[in-house]
Design a binder for this molecule. Structure first.
Ligand code: ADP
Length: 197
């Protein structure tokens, strides 16, 4: 199974991806995590990416698509992939479709985690507090100003991929305002019916 988790920043994609990795033996590919690893390593890409991410903007499509292309053939991806934070533009969605087709890895579906935007600031502040309490570094793009830009980018550049997948009959919506366990159950229900189909 190969699925995409879609939703605004703070929707809970990363949390659900981790649960799905355990339950279904899938591999999470998070472009945000990959980019943060580049930033931490101080690579040339990381240095360029940091500035863009701190503004809440998107990294150019070619860079992201190359990054994903380099992962699809890894052995840990052979049991199926959860795409988290990718695709984020219609061009990325089209590029993913071609890559998956070429590799004979069909897309099982796209899970859209639907949340009320008003809770996102609150969730962000909780994430910052939890990171601080755990003695972890707070993400440099986790602040209210950058969140505003990230949400705007989501609305303008990422939300248009919803009708793209809807028209292909691949979209499955879950209520992201429910508890973590309940959202996980909704997604599992979808995956099990997709497995059975
Ligand atoms: P979020 O919690 O906002 O969904 P991510 O960890 O997925 O955060 O992404 C953080 C940042 O990394 C984004 O704001 C963007 O700058 C960059 N990024 C991640 N994935 C992509 C992508 N697919 N295309 C372009 N930029 C990306």
């Amino acid at each position: 199974m190969n699925i995409i988790l879609l939703g605004p920043p703070g929707a809970g994609k990363g949390t659900q991806a981790k649960l799905l990795e355990e339950k279904f033996g899938l591999k999470q590919l998070s472009t945000g995590d990959m980019l943060r690893a580049e930033v931490a390593s101080g690579s040339e890409l990381g240095q360029k990416a940091k500035e863009i991410m701190d503004r809440g903007d998107l990294i150019p499509d070619e860079i992201i698509v190359d990054m994903i292309a380099g992962c699809l053939d890894k052995p840990e991806c052979s049991g199926g992939i959860i795409f988290d934070g990718f695709p984020r533009t219609v061009d990325q969605a089209q590029a993913l479709d071609s890559m998956l087709e070429e590799k004979g890895k069909p897309l099982t579906g796209v899970v859209q985690i639907v949340v009320d935007e008003t809770v996102l600031v609150e969730r962000l502040n909780t994430r910052i507090r939890q990171a601080q309490e755990a003695g972890e570094e707070v993400r440099s793009d986790d602040n209210e100003d950058t969140l505003k830009s990230r949400l705007e980018v989501y609305r303008n550049q990422t939300a248009p991929i919803i009708p793209y997948y809807q028209s292909e009959g691949q979209l499955f919506k879950v209520d992201g305002m429910a508890t973590i366990e309940d959202v996980a159950e909704q997604i599992e229900g979808f995956l099990k019916s997709a497995q059975a189909a």
